[in-house]
Design a protein around this ligand. Structure first.
Ligand code: 5GP
Ligand code: MN
Length: 352
C-alpha cells in the first residue's frame, strides 16, 4: 500500500491536502507534516479545510499556510485542477464539510490516509489501518519508508502533536510499542515534549475552567455504573463566556470515574445535539454512534442528532443496550427521574 502511494507521489506535482470539519490535533498535525514533507520533495502543496484549526494549534509551524475553504473560484480551481488530493483523518465526504463535494468531483487522483473504520469507496489509493493510534502514525510510516532523512524538527513536531492528541497523551489502548518507537524517533529530531504539552493543554482561559466546573456538576452515572455522561448547554457557554472549543476534553472527566466503561458528552448546539462517545477496551461504541447517524472509532465516536438536548439524551441512552453488554433493565432505567428533573432545570435556566 505504502509503495503504491509513493509511486503516485513521485509521478505528480500539484497536491491538495484536506481533512475533517472541526479539525483536531491529529487532523492538523498530519496535514501539516504531510504538506511539509511533500514540499521538501519539490511538490506544490495547498492545505484547504472547511473549518479553521482550533486556537491551541495556532503555534504549530505551518498552520499559517492552511486555508479555510470559502467556495471562491481560486480555491475551487485549485481543488478541481490538482493532480492529487489527499484526505487525512476521515474517510467520508460529508465529514469534509463544504469542501467534500468539490473534492469528490475533482478529476484528481484521490488518496486516503486514515485510521477510521469503513472507508468510502471513492478513493483511488488508500493507506488505512483502523488499528493505528492516529493518522500521524501512518504519515510517519509513509515518510520513513523511503525518506527518513527528510524528517526534521518541524515535521516531527506536527506528527508528535497528531499522535499525542489522538492517544489522549499516550493513554488509550491504541498505544503500542510501535507508537513509542515512533515517538522516540520524533524526540531524537528535537521535539520538545514539555513545551508542546504546555502549548496544547496549559493555555486555557478562565472561562474554559468555569465551564469545566459547571460541566462537572452535570455528570450522571446510569444505574448499571458502566455509562456516565455529562451535558453542556448553550446557556452554560453563554454564562461562563467559554467557547465550543472549550468543551474539548471534558469527556475525559467522565472516563475517569471508577467503573465507568463508556463516557458520553451531550453538547447542545443551535440546531440539535452533538454526542461524543468514549469507551474503554472491548466496550466498542462505533456501531452505536453509527446507528444514530454518526460514526468513528471503536473507542471514540461521535454523532450529531437533530434533536433538542433532552430528546437526544433519551434517544441515545435508550439504544445503549443494543450495542453494549448491558442488561435490558439497566438501559431502560435511563434517564432517571432525577436526571429528567435536572435537565428540565438546565433547560429552564436557559430560557430565563
Ligand atoms: P469527537 O467526539 O471528538 O467529536 O469525535 C470522536 C470521533 O468520532 C472523531 O474522530 C470522528 O471519527 C467521529 N465523529 C465525531 N462526530 C462525528 C459525526 O458527526 N459523524 C461521524 N461519522 N463521525 C463522527
Ligand atoms: Mn485521528
Amino acid at each position: 500500500m505504502i509503495s503504491t502511494i509513493h509511486d503516485v507521489l513521485d509521478a505528480h506535482t500539484q497536491f491538495v491536502i484536506t481533512t475533517h470539519v472541526r479539525p483536531d490535533g491529529d487532523a492538523i498535525g498530519s496535514q501539516i507534516a504531510l504538506a511539509q514533507y511533500l514540499t521538501k520533495r519539490g511538490k506544490e502543496v495547498a492545505m484547504i479545510n472547511s473549518d479553521p484549526a482550533p486556537s491551541n494549534l495556532g503555534w504549530l509551524p505551518g498552520s499559517e499556510n492552511i486555508e479555510t475553504y470559502r467556495g471562491g473560484a481560486r480555491q475551487i480551481k485549485k481543488i478541481a485542477g490538482a493532480d492529487v488530493i489527499i484526505v487525512v483523518d476521515t474517510n467520508a465526504a460529508h465529514r469534509l464539510g463544504e469542501v467534500g463535494e468539490v473534492v469528490k468531483n475533482s478529476t484528481a487522483q484521490k488518496i486516503l490516509i486514515d485510521h477510521h473504520t469503513q472507508p468510502e469507496s471513492w478513493f483511488d489509493h488508500t493507506l488505512v489501518n483502523d488499528r493505528a493510534s492516529s493518522t500521524g502514525e501512518l504519515i510517519f510510516d509513509l515518510i520513513t519508508e523511503t525518506d527518513k532523512n527528510l524528517l526534521d524538527k518541524s515535521i516531527s513536531t506536527a506528527l508528535y502533536v497528531a499522535i499525542l492528541t489522538d492517544t489522549g497523551s499516550f493513554r488509550f489502548s491504541s498505544v503500542t510499542a510501535h507508537v513509542h518507537t515512533i515517538v522516540a524517533q520524533l524526540l531524537e529530531k528535537g521535539v520538545e515534549p514539555a513545551e508542546v504539552y504546555g502549548l496544547l493543554y496549559e493555555s486555557k482561559s478562565i472561562h474554559a475552567l468555569r465551564l469545566l466546573g459547571r460541566a462537572l456538576d452535570t455528570i450522571r452515572i446510569l444505574p448499571d455504573g458502566k455509562i456516565g455522561y455529562l451535558t453542556v448547554t448553550i446557556a452554560m457557554l453563554q454564562e461562563t463566556g467559554a467557547t465550543s472549543e472549550d468543551t474539548e476534553g471534558l469527556v475525559t472527566y467522565v472516563q475517569a470515574l471508577e467503573g465507568v466503561e463508556v463516557a458520553l458528552i451531550f453538547t447542545e448546539v443551535s440546531n440539535g445535539t452533538k454526542v461524543s462517545f468514549r469507551s474503554k477496551g472491548e466496550w466498542h461504541v462505533h456501531k452505536w454512534a453509527r446507528s444514530l447517524g454518526g460514526g468513528g472509532h471503536r473507542n471514540a465516536s461521535g454523532a450529531f442528532l437533530k434533536l433538542p438536548l433532552q430528546k437526544a439524551i433519551r434517544t441515545t441512552l435508550e439504544s445503549a443496550s443494543q450495542f453494549l453488554p448491558l442488561s435490558i433493565e439497566d438501559a431502560s432505567e435511563t434517564p432517571s427521574a432525577e436526571d429528567e428533573a435536572y435537565l428540565l432545570l438546565l433547560q429552564a435556566s436557559r430560557e430565563e
